[in-house]
Design a protein around this ligand. Structure first.
Ligand code: FMN
Length: 172
């Protein structure tokens, strides 16, 4: 098995992180992989906001907890949060960002960094208090957010095995 396929098979969602910074060089490589993702008609209409500060992430998570009425919501308290945003009117923006997110997860895995998709921002992206924070991150008001990536070093290495059940039909 080659290294790329091994990385794909090794990737797992992590939801408990230790407090340990991720080297800037690794973040740079991960973001290089993000922007190398395919986009529909090569539009590349996206902005990636990388938040490398646990307090700033928790400030956003608290605002989301309020907006979503989910007390205690903390996005699993990650080391780094990556927010891909894209013009709300772009028909394939959601697909473009999903491709970038998978590249982020795989690049992170290859560097020994764990990750998880965070889906709740799409439910509250236009909440006024959330928008105020996104303004501070320089995310334009006409951009929306679908999924986000959290990164960090895992608290537990053991992941429950998941049975993969995709139906694969070969037609020859
Ligand atoms: C579109 C999408 C949304 C997801 N949203 C969340 C989420 O909000 N929180 C979470 O803990 N995991 C989320 N996940 C991760 C899935 O739960 C996870 O990929 C799945 O359980 C399989 O586990 P694995 O990633 O370890 O293979 C999401 C995954 C996808 C593709």
């Amino acid at each position: 098995m080659n290294d790329v396929i091994k990385t794909i098979l090794d990737r797992r969602s992590c939801r408990k992180f230790i407090n340990k910074p991720i080297p800037q060089d690794d973040l740079d490589e991960i973001m290089k992989a993000a922007v190398a993702a395919p986009t529909a008609m090569n539009t590349q209409r996206w902005i990636f906001t990388v938040i490398d500060d646990r307090k700033i992430i928790q400030n956003l998570a608290s605002a989301m907890a309020k907006a979503l009425d989910r007390p205690g919501y903390d996005m699993y308290d990650p080391q780094v949060l990556i927010i891909p945003s894209t013009p709300a009117e772009l028909p394939y923006g959601i697909d473009d960002c999903a491709c970038a997110l998978e590249n982020i997860f795989l690049a992170a895995t290859s560097l020994g960094i764990d990750s998880c998709w965070i889906n709740q921002m799409r439910l509250c992206v236009d909440d006024p208090e959330i928008r105020k924070i996104l303004d501070e991150f320089k995310i334009p008001r006409d951009y929306t957010i679908y999924g986000m990536a959290i990164l960090g070093y895992p608290q537990e290495q053991e992941f429950k095995e998941i049975k993969r059940v995709g139906v694969v039909n070969f037609i020859k």
